[in-house]
Design a protein around this ligand. Structure first.
Ligand SMILES: C[S@@+](CC[C@H](N)C(=O)[O-])C[C@H]1O[C@@H](n2cnc3c(N)ncnc32)[C@H](O)[C@@H]1O
Length: 251
């Protein structure tokens, strides 16, 4: 193996120093992160790709899809584009839309789309579903902001390098999630499926909507606050979901 030059050694030590002293995330220091076996460009325009949804993508979303045919899939709140692009990569016959409200995140996602040749992925600017009128999907996957105000304020320094827009989501972390649950049926096919990450806000969600059948997904390491829910189930409970979502003040 080739020996490192003195300059290379100094550069590497400089990275360690910034990681330890400034607590900059590794992905931002080296400018890349692995997600679902793919190498993404990563910088502070979007969160570091780390969602356990990667495991679902690699296993073809089974048994959750139950063999249903997907032609169009949506990654709502796409950030770096990691979920949309990985879905497009592993399912070349799917048309995948990736949506975010942040132009910075979308610029990074566009670079990742080109980097990974994801020609069947399309990136769109939209405030949740507002820019998707008339669009329908068999599968919607989302890792939206879901961190409570109190938790966001207390996060370790590493997170201060990430855009707060990707994290903060109100007093119980559910400001965006409730709106997604309210509007998803308008954009899902009748037998469509929504998969949504809510992390630690799982408890608050179950408390607010105890009658909704959320299927909490078991990962290799256990439950990670990610559920699957059928479109039909969201329709059954639409009245209550709408009531809760409409009461949230943020757009
Ligand atoms: C938790 S990050 C997820 C990023 C990426 N999907 C991932 O897993 O790494 C949430 C993303 O939601 C975006 N976002 C926040 N509010 C939004 C809104 N109202 N509509 C669309 N996207 C939004 C943020 O810009 C951020 O990129």
């Amino acid at each position: 193996m080739a020996r490192l030059t003195a300059t290379e050694k100094a550069e590497i030590l400089g990275l360690f120093d910034r990681r330890i002293e400034e607590r900059v995330p590794i992905a931002y220091l080296i400018g890349e992160a692995w997600f679902a076996g793919l190498n993404f460009k990563s910088d502070n325009r979007a969160l570091v790709p780390r969602s356990p949804i990667a495991e679902l993508i690699e296993s073809g979303f089974e048994p959750w899809l139950g063999g249903r045919e997907v032609r169009r899939a949506l990654d709502l709140c796409t950030g770096s584009g990691c979920i949309a692009i990985a879905m497009a990569h592993y399912n070349p016959d799917w048309h995948v839309d990736g949506v975010d409200i942040s132009v910075d995140a979308l610029a990074l996602a566009a670079e990742n789309k080109a980097r990974l040749h994801a020609d069947n992925a399309r990136l769109l600017k939209s405030d949740l579903f507002s820019g998707l009128s008339g669009e329908h999907y068999q599968l919607i996957v989302t890792n939206p902001p879901y961190v409570t105000n109190a938790e966001t304020d207390a996060l370790p320094k590493e997170y201060s390098y990430e855009p707060e827009l990707g994290l903060r989501a109100g007093d119980d972390g559910l400001d965006l999630v409730l709106k997604i649950l309210r509007d998803a049926p308008l954009h899902l096919s009748q037998d469509g499926l929504l998969i949504c990450e809510v992390g630690e806000s799982e408890r608050a969600l179950v408390k607010l909507l105890p009658d909704v059948e959320f299927a909490w997904i078991e990962f290799k390491v256990g439950q990670m606050g990610i559920f699957a829910v059928e479109c039909s189930e969201l329709i059954v409970h639409h009245h209550r979901i709408r009531e809760l979502a409409d009461a949230r003040t943020t757009a």
